[in-house]
Design a protein around this ligand. Structure first.
Ligand code: PSU
Ligand code: MN
Length: 285
């Protein structure tokens, strides 16, 4: 930052054993880094490593990043630091909090956490949504993860006063699929437009801005195939009585099994595309 680089923050959960299987996780990290650098920006991976909250993990730690982790949401950062966890993998909420603390303004991820479909019973709403409303960071994601309740996730973002900007799209993307049938409140077509909106939002004391970028067309999964996989993955989670933070890793792994690994290639492509869009926004800012 001192040398004038435009940093783009990233989370580590997606690259750990809680996100993508090996070796796809190593490939994902390399592709996201390359996409950010190709866009003229500088990657800043976040994690808790050996009790230190890090923004800008050095390459020497990549083996650790792509290995076994404990999941760290925003509220867990303090615990992981004080207890000296060897590897706490940051979720979106933790990454956005750390990015803001280090004065980084742009963050790229795959898919956001959000409102779970069984929210009526579980009250499970990801801390990602609250972090987005509080911290002055632009998050670029392919919407929220498709096994969530996307309509309620959008409602929650409205209640939290988070501007939701469709990047070159009129629809809220469905993570592995380009379309959810839900309109975005606003469409934007350039990085400069996003930078101007974020500056105006921050001038008014606003928090985060969400930019949603659909997965590239050639990597998208057909919506009907996806819905079937999601239904049976959620069924498996409920049969195994998995709840709380363990749900997301299990459901992602089940969808990968049910799509014969297709969802992994899709996840890599969308993360890379989001990294590239985030780089252009960081440069524009
Ligand atoms: N998107 C992915 N892979 C992931 C996640 C999102 O493509 O592993 C992770 C992110 O770290 C996100 C977290 O913040 O899942 C949400 O978990 P929860 O629903 O428990 O808040
Ligand atoms: Mn949750």
């Amino acid at each position: 930052m001192a040398s004038g680089a435009s940093p783009v923050a990233m989370e580590s959960t997606i690259f750990s054993n809680l996100g993508l299987p090996s070796p796809a996780n190593t490939e994902a990290l390399a592709r996201c880094n390359a996409a950010i650098r190709a866009g003229g920006a500088e990657p800043a991976l976040t994690a808790v490593l050996n009790g230190a909250a890090v923004v800008g993990v050095e390459e020497a730690f990549y083996d650790q990043i792509c290995g076994p982790a404990r999941k760290v949401a925003e509220r867990d950062i303090a615990v992981a630091v004080a207890q000296g966890w060897s590897y706490g993998a940051t979720t979106v909420s933790a990454s956005v909090a750390l990015a803001a603390a280090a004065r980084l303004r742009v963050f790229a991820t795959g898919g956001l956490g959000g409102v779970h479909r069984d929210v009526g019973e579980s009250m499970d709403v990801s801390a990602d949504l609250k972090a987005l409303s509080v911290h002055q960071v632009i998050t670029v994601a392919s919407g929220a993860k498709v096994f969530l309740d996307l309509a309620r996730t959008l409602e929650f973002l409205e209640t939290s006063s988070v501007p939701v900007l469709g990047f070159q799209t009129d629809e809220f993307p469905a993570f592995y699929a380009r379309s959810s049938g839900l309109p975005v409140p606003h469409r934007v077509d350039s990085a400069e437009e996003i930078a101007a909106i974020a500056r105006a939002h921050w001038d008014l004391g606003g928090g985060g801005v969400l930019v949603v970028n659909p997965v590239p067309e050639d990597a998208a999964i057909e919506s009907d195939v996806l819905e079937e996989a999601v239904d049976s993955a959620l069924g498996a989670a409920s049969d195994q009585n998995v709840t709380g933070p363990a749900i997301t890793p299990l459901v992602l792994a089940e969808i990968s099994r049910l799509t014969d690994g297709a969802s992994i290639a899709t996840n890599l492509a969308l993360a890379e595309s989001n990294a590239s869009v985030a780089a252009s926004i960081a440069v524009a800012l």
